[in-house]
Design a protein around this ligand. Structure first.
Ligand code: PLP
Length: 295
């Protein structure tokens, strides 16, 4: 089967005792219309998603992605996704897409159609962008004010920070602003000067020999790639830490990376125009490890 590959999914309640889900999957022609105009995902960006990497036929970090989908559903008051059904949908797709190279597999759960069947769900697999060069060369980053102080997620849960919602217009606008400023990517900071995350990635830095990432307090996503990376570093005997990171500490770091499921780890080569130190060998080792995951 060629790419893109699209599967519409009839969501099954979380407490269903079903063990087979194939009759809830409907393969679609990716070029044909598949959603109704009244879809709240398209009307309001009201839905959640995950993007997994599939490397040489291996979908990566399936369970952490499904767990995060569930967490996003809880934050957004969406029906809790049935993990067995999503696991089965991913396996169904992987069995039907090419088993060579890097693919991106997106799973989406939408609030559905206003006054209609709800929720709606689908899966879409495409060839991944070729990130080999950027993994090798890194990215120039500018920091951008996210407009909120630290602790906002707890004070204002209706902002849905910490959920991976379909509303990525702000994230995409931030990337365009970074490009206007001559950079490739951005890191959001709180109004009180703490490092948050990138618009599509988490931030990991090395400072004093310790690998640190901002605590996933609720305002940032708990990254599946960052968790894999910490596991890799722990096994190597390195120290890892979740905690608040002032921007001044990031500026002084020995090295920093943006990490995410499909692009994997890319070194930050410059921050707000100042050159950053990089660790080329470690970046290569991290990416080899991330590409080699088979679970
Ligand atoms: N933070 C945001 C806002 C993201 O969109 C993403 C991924 O797209 C991440 C962090 C990294 O998460 P993961 O490593 O699970 O892809």
């Amino acid at each position: 089967m060629s790419l893109p590959f699209t599967l519409l999914i009839d969501p099954v309640p979380v407490d269903s005792e079903r063990t087979s889900f194939d009759d809830t999957f409907h393969e679609m022609d990716s070029a044909a219309p598949a959603l109704r105009v009244g879809e709240l995902s398209t009307q309001r960006g009201d839905g959640i998603f995950e993007t997994l990497s599939v490397v040489n036929g291996h979908p990566q970090e399936v369970e952490p992605h499904i767990a995060r989908l569930r967490n996003s559903a809880e934050i957004c008051d969406l029906p809790v996704p049935n993990p067995a059904q999503w696991r089965a949908a991913i396996a169904y797709a992987v069995a039907r897409i090419p088993h060579e190279g890097e693919l991106a597999l997106k799973i989406v759960l939408s609030r559905g159609v206003e006054s209609g069947p709800a929720p709606t769900a689908w899966l879409h697999a495409t060839t991944a962008t070729d990130f080999r060069r950027v993994r090798e060369n890194g990215v120039r980053v500018v920091t951008l004010d996210r407009g909120y102080p630290r602790g906002v997620a707890e004070r204002a849960p209706w902002l849905l920070m910490g959920a991976k919602t379909l509303s990525y217009a702000i994230n995409m606008a931030a990337l365009r602003e970074a490009q206007r400023r001559g950079a490739d990517d951005t890191i959001f900071v709180t109004t009180d000067g703490y490092v948050m995350e990138g618009p599509t990635s988490n931030v990991v830095l090395r400072t004093g020999g310790v690998y640190v990432t901002p605590a996933p307090s609720g305002a940032i996503l708990h990254g599946t790639t960052q968790q894999s990376l910490f596991e890799y570093l722990r096994v190597r005997g390195d120290q890892v830490e979740y905690r608040d990171v002032p921007l001044s500490e990031l500026r002084q770091a020995d090295a920093a990376w943006l990490v995410s499921s499909v692009r994997l780890a890319v070194a930050v080569t410059a921050l707000d125009g100042e050159t950053m130190r990089t660790d080329r060998e470690l970046t290569q080792a991290i990416n080899s490890y991330l590409l080699g995951r088979t679970d």
